[in-house]
Design a protein around this ligand. Structure first.
Ligand code: GLN
Length: 247
């Protein structure tokens, strides 16, 4: 490898789809790359833009309310769909939160109105049972391998996996649908999740996993230099204790 590595991230709809501090995930990735001498270039990709997603290492898509989601769903399919789907199929590393997760899956039926077609990368579909249905809202602790994912969820849609594997298993909270215990989805190097607020600063190992995957896809197989996560670990442990889950 010549010089310090550089990664490029496409940040989809930064103003339209940015609920509950989803943008903090970008800050976290930028910092955790920078502390290792890795430059993370962030390109904002807005409505109507149609970049070639083969030029990216990572893509991020945050959450949105049904109104914003309808706008994003149309734009996604019209201007970005083919290129993004192709890149995701080729291992583009992706983090999609809540409304963003729903849009990268097969379909989303909002509380009112027509079903929105999704990109279909995640094998999953989502139905919002209607305006009167209780929302899935609150702190979440979900088991992922030997660790915990912690975050905050607030969604009306209930997602059912139709082929993708779950990201984690819910111990506290609703996750995908409040019934089957699944939280999120994984398909290739793409991760969909309901966890907002911001997810990655609270889950630094997951942030590093995304960075490592992006580097690996470029053929850069390095062990990321450790970072002092004392504050993050303390915050996680406080939340897990509050939720009655042992860390
Ligand atoms: N509008 C979607 C729902 O209610 C997503 C909400 C969100 O991104 N927080 O399910």
């Amino acid at each position: 490898m010549n010089g310090s590595p550089k990664l490029r991230l496409a940040y989809l709809y930064p103003r339209l789809m940015n609920l509950y501090s989803d943008a903090g995930n970008i800050l976290c990735l930028t910092k955790r790359c920078g502390w290792r001498g890795i430059e993370l270039v962030v390109d904002e990709v807005d409505l109507k833009a149609s970049p070639d997603f083969r030029n990216y290492d990572l893509v991020f898509l945050g959450g949105g309310e049904d109104r914003q989601q309808t706008i994003a769903a149309n734009d996604l399919l019209e201007t970005k769909g083919d290129s993004l789907l192709d890149a995701l199929g080729n291992g583009l590393v992706c983090l999609a939160i809540c409304g963003g997760y729903q849009l990268l899956a097969e379909s989303y039926k909002p509380a009112t109105g027509e079903q929105l077609p999704g990109l279909g990368h995640f094998k999953a579909s989502t139905v919002h049972p209607g305006p009167g249905a209780p929302r899935c809202v609150g702190n979440v602790a979900a088991r992922r391998d030997n660790s915990w994912l912690v975050g905050f969820e607030n969604h009306g849609g209930r997602t059912t996996l139709t082929g993708s594997r779950p990201l984690a298993s819910v111990a506290v909270g609703s996750g995908n649908n409040g019934k089957d215990g699944n939280e999120g989805a994984i398909e290739n190097n793409a991760f969909g999740t309901y966890l907002h607020g911001s997810l990655l600063p609270k889950n630094p190992d997951f942030a590093d996993e995304l960075i490592s995957l992006a580097l690996l896809r470029r053929g850069i197989d390095i062990k990321l230099a450790p970072i002092d996560n004392t504050v993050e670990v303390r915050a996680r442990n406080a939340l897990l204790a509050k939720l009655g889950v042992a860390s």
